[in-house]
Ligand binder design. Structure first.
Ligand code: SAM
Ligand code: SF4
Length: 344
């Protein structure tokens, strides 16, 4: 496995990836599987149908694609899914990609996980140069957790978070703000993250794919309102720094940092520096659009040499902005892809 590693170890930069709107693409999010051990009610349906295994990129192909992006100026790689840590031998991919951290071409290798498998992988991830991990956690109530994830259990996730902290990883908690589901846990979650030393970011629920949830539209909780509620107990100071992404931050009087990702009520496209690769090798240059480039076909057809021009052409065509519409939350035709397909 990974016999092509050396060809990219010294990857020369032939100009950063830039789109028509002068945005540089320096951040790649990679979904390594669409499968998951949970069925979160806002993300996928109970009877989700996953891709046939032959459609998935092999770990070696994932390494080749990621390494090509790194050689073209991508500085940050986030591994996601589905649940990335349920993919067999996924640590092999982290190990392979860590060579780009060693060479200095890559500034950060990180992942987003539901935490269910984190306890057994945290130390190995740290050994691969991972320094931070985003863990999705929408509730601290075990019964609510089981209901929302439909098959998950809270205990192992909390164990995973503790193991990550012990391994020296910084943990950021991502919480989808769900009106009528976890709005009553706002202060509990903030206090818990503050006590444990984790950053916390709230995310507005997005119209991605049919999830079979009874009332995803009714769950939409604008983060402006969440923020107002937070301000009834805390003094909030806006933090200017952004990561080039959709999150905006405030600091509480305690020093704790809280993030807000508001794709629906505020557009963030003008500063977008990221693209997404699915586990089937499709390159999406915008989370909210259907435009895609089939890099698996390029890799398996014309071969490695054809990848760079294909990637450059896709980036040039990156749409100016996304196309989400809150009114379409109820409609499965809004954005038909699921979040586990594109990678959140
Ligand atoms: N399974 C991993 C996890 O849950 O962290 C990684 C993949 S998951 C698709 C990435 C993120 O997308 C999670 O934080 C999840 O809460 C978020 N997500 C999934 N569906 C969403 C939706 N419809 N709206 C907003 N966020 C969503
Ligand atoms: Fe799985 Fe993450 Fe989607 Fe939940 S949000 S079903 S953990 S991919």
């Amino acid at each position: 496995m990974f016999q092509h590693q050396s060809s990219f170890a010294e990857g020369s930069r032939c100009g950063v990836l830039q789109d028509r709107f002068c945005r540089s693409v320096t951040y790649l999010r990679v979904s390594v599987t669409d499968r998951c051990d949970f069925r979160c009610a806002y993300c996928m349906s109970e009877r989700m149908r996953f891709l046939p295994r032959r459609d998935l990129l092999s770990l070696e192909e994932l390494d080749l694609l990621c390494s090509t992006f790194v050689s073209l100026g991508v500085r940050k790689l986030r591994i996601t899914g589905g649940e990335p840590l349920v993919r067999r031998d996924i640590l092999g991919l982290f190990r392979a990609l860590s060579r780009h951290l060693d060479s200095g071409l890559l500034a950060e290798l990180t992942l987003t996980t539901n935490g269910s498998q984190l306890a057994r992988h945290a130390a190995d991830l740290a050994a691969c140069g991972v320094r931070r991990v985003n863990v999705s956690l929408d509730t601290l109530d075990p019964a609510r957790f089981a209901a929302l994830t439909r098959r998950g259990s809270l205990g192992p996730v909390l164990d995973g978070i503790r193991a990550a902290t012990r391994a020296g990883l910084r943990v950021k908690i991502n919480t989808v703000a769900l009106w009528g589901v976890n709005d009553d846990e706002l202060f509990r979650l903030v206090d818990w993250c503050g006590g444990e030393g984790h950053d916390l970011t709230f995310i507005e629920v997005m119209p991605m794919g049919e999830a079979g949830a009874e009332d995803r539209q009714g769950w939409f909780w604008p983060l402006d309102e969440l923020r107002q509620r937070l301000a009834t107990r805390h003094h909030l100071t806006d933090v200017a720094e952004t990561s080039g992404g959709p999150a905006r931050y405030v600091r509480l009087e305690t020093g704790q940092r809280i993030g807000f990702i508001t794709p629906l009520s505020h557009r963030f496209c003008e500063s977008c520096n990221r693209v997404r690769l699915t586990s089937a090798g499709e390159l999406f240059t915008c989370l909210g659009r259907e435009d895609r480039t089939d890099l698996r076909a390029v890799l398996r057809g014309a071969g490695l040499a054809a990848l760079e021009p294909a990637i450059r052409a896709a980036i040039r065509a990156k749409p100016q902005g996304h196309d989400f519409d809150h009114d379409r939350l109820a409609q499965s035709s809004g954005c038909v892809r699921h979040m586990n397909h594109t990678g959140g």
